[in-house]
Ligand binder design. Structure first.
Ligand code: ADP
Ligand code: MG
Length: 238
């Protein structure tokens, strides 16, 4: 089977700051891949490139055989969940789902509402449908953001540190929701600092260091690795 995502020699700089120095990897449909690495190592840049939020300097990203280079094609197959939720504060929770479904997917009011209700139920927030985001906890906001990502019917969801601004209990709620949405046909990339999430959620982990992929393997292989740099990193994040 061809990989769903192919990244070939991806390079990205901001001015003189050479952030991604040739990333080459491929990801199969249904894989759940964690991306870890020190702050500033380019984790967010990598997934922003995949979502066509950044221009690539060199190399290519091919998703389902389609080249998404240079930000000129934003694929609806990819949804993103950010650290700071990025909900529309002036829309009720349910309208945070309904409006994108109407605008982006061209759904009717009725179809969009039905999907929004189903998805809010899935993330256990149907009772908050008519509230504004400001009255929700951080964990609840993030679960709305996950429902909104799902409403785009994506093939790929990119999570950029979805729980790192939450205290542990709320982070756990969000993590539970993330686990509940995993399906064999949904491919997930998760940027995280939380090794527990890496272990309990993903089957594969990529360690970015200084613009390169330093390690790519299973969570067990990472945790039991004897490489000094990996050991040093894990000591810091544990
Ligand atoms: P990480 O997510 O691993 O912490 P980032 O991908 O956010 O790292 O950032 C990698 C490097 O690129 C950092 O040095 C950061 O300052 C820089 N950077 C990220 N985004 C921008 C931007 N929009 N403009 C300029 N520099 C940026
Ligand atoms: Mg980041």
């Amino acid at each position: 089977m061809d990989p769903l995502i192919e990244i070939k020699n991806l390079q990205k700089s901001y001015g003189k700051n050479h952030v991604l120095k040739g990333i080459t990897t491929s990801i199969k449909k249904g894989e759940i891949v964690s991306v870890i690495g020190p702050s500033g190592s380019g984790k967010s840049t990598l997934i922003r490139c995949m979502n066509a939020l950044e221009r690539l300097d060199e190399g290519e990203i091919i998703i389902n055989g389609e080249n998404i280079n240079n930000g000129n094609k934003i694929s609806r197959k990819i949804a993103m969940v950010f650290q700071h939720f990025n909900l529309f504060p002036h829309y009720k929770v349910i309208d945070n789902l309904i409006n994108p479904c109407k605008i982006v997917r061209g759904m009717s009011d009725k179809e969009a509402k039905k999907l929004a209700v189903d998805l809010l139920e899935k993330v256990k927030l149907l009772d908050k449908a008519n509230e504004y985001p400001s009255s929700l906890s951080g964990g609840q906001k993030q679960r709305v953001a996950i429902a909104r990502a799902l409403s785009m019917n994506p093939e790929i969801i990119l999570f950029d540190e979805p729980t790192s601004s939450l205290d542990p209990e709320l982070a756990y709620e969000v993590f539970d929701t993330m686990k509940s949405i995993a399906r064999s046909d949904l491919t997930i990339l998760l940027v995280t600092h939380q090794i527990n999430m890496v272990k309990n959620f993903s089957s594969r982990v990529i360690f970015l260091e200084n613009g390169h992929i330093y390690f790519d393997g299973t969570p067990d292989e990472l945790i039991n690795n004897t490489d000094n740099r990996i050991k040093q990193f894990l000591e810091k994040v544990y």
